[in-house]
Design a protein around this ligand. Sequence first.
Ligand code: GLU
Length: 450
Amino acid sequence: MVENLHPNLAPMYEEVLERNPGEKEYHQAVYEVIHSLNPIAGQRSEYMQWSILRRMCEPERQIIFRVPWTDDEGNVRINRGYRVEVNSALGPFKGGLRFHPSVNLSIVKFLGFEQVYKNALTGMPIGGGKGGSNFDPKGRSDAEVMRFCQSFMTELYRHIGEYTDVPAGDIGVGSREIGYLFGQYKRITNRYESGTITGKGLTWGGSRVRTEATGYGTVYFVKEMLADAGDDLDGKRVVVSGSGNVAIYAIEKAAQLGATVVACSDSNGFVVDEQGLDVELLREVKEKRRERLTAYAEARGGSVRHVTDGSIWSVPCDVALPCATQNELDGQAARTLIDNGVRVVAEGANMPCTPEAVHLFQESHVLFAPGKASNAGGVATSALEMQQNASRDTWSFEATDTRLEEIMTGIHRRVVETAEEYGQPGDYVAGANLASYMKVADAMVALGVV
Ligand code: GLU
């Protein structure tokens, strides 16, 4: 790996490995960005001076805290809470909270690192950070989730604010959790500071389209990728992994644009619905009833297959949208997709494709979009929510959706142009990393050594 890096970059990556032992997801995210800097490592010395890259790889602040709470049986439970504030050169730290048993420091750091570059690509004035806990909301009652969120916020509140750090949702943190978190923040501070947290409900400071934004944005990005190739989504077969917030709205938008989405998944397996997934039913099962996809298959009946062994990526498709979680699509899955004729892969989740999978897609001339470009619509709409909060205004669905689509089109254009400028046409990974790195680096040079 290190041998593929420019001699100016290799020692910096080695330093990251040494300083952050065992954090494999963090190493993976950092390597991908550093590798993309090869074309500027020799010539563009202003981006290599003042230890810009070294500072970018060392988060500004990392907070780890105990989260004690009481379950419905009266047992005291202990979880670990995190907030990693990675970079605030472009604006207040901004990024979601993830509640999932797999959450550890490496995962929060990789997500926070990715967030810096993603947020820079949106063109909005936001820095990057991420947080969360190894708490698992699955199977917990509303009262338990509320007590957990209140305890989590009782520590977090002192670190966040409209001008400091603005959390939002991620896996396991939806509008229910955001409500309990915001409620506790409001109670502790005695201030209705809407701009401190995004993903809020529509009656208490939220933005229209925020729920749909990550999934819709991913599909708007795919639309641009296809348009550049003289094509569109009409009649395409699409496979979407996951069945959470990102997946559901990617499915909805792809179907609206004429595609047939034939499969989606959860941690127990996947469903194949050749007629095209019924989004209304999916929302009913996953969002309202909080049930598994088996319930979808039962309710839909007929030709729907529920598969518990095997990979969703064995379902043939033109467009694959991994919208579940990190490293869910490996080299073997990539090979199967390529053999089955996939043409576009766009990440709706954060880093769902392994480095080997990305390499295989690029080598086979499959159009591949990294999450920091293609899933930036969620955080971009969070920034629109912050704008509405700051001006005490609410925008219509149409106006907000139009802004989202413009932002995604803008990201696509910047990424494509940057890749061309640095001699890597069609390489969305290089384009996204170079464009965002240079934007953050410029601001860091201007702000001095801080
Ligand atoms: N968790 C989302 C992401 O990965 C959204 C973050 C936000 O809205 O701040 O970008």
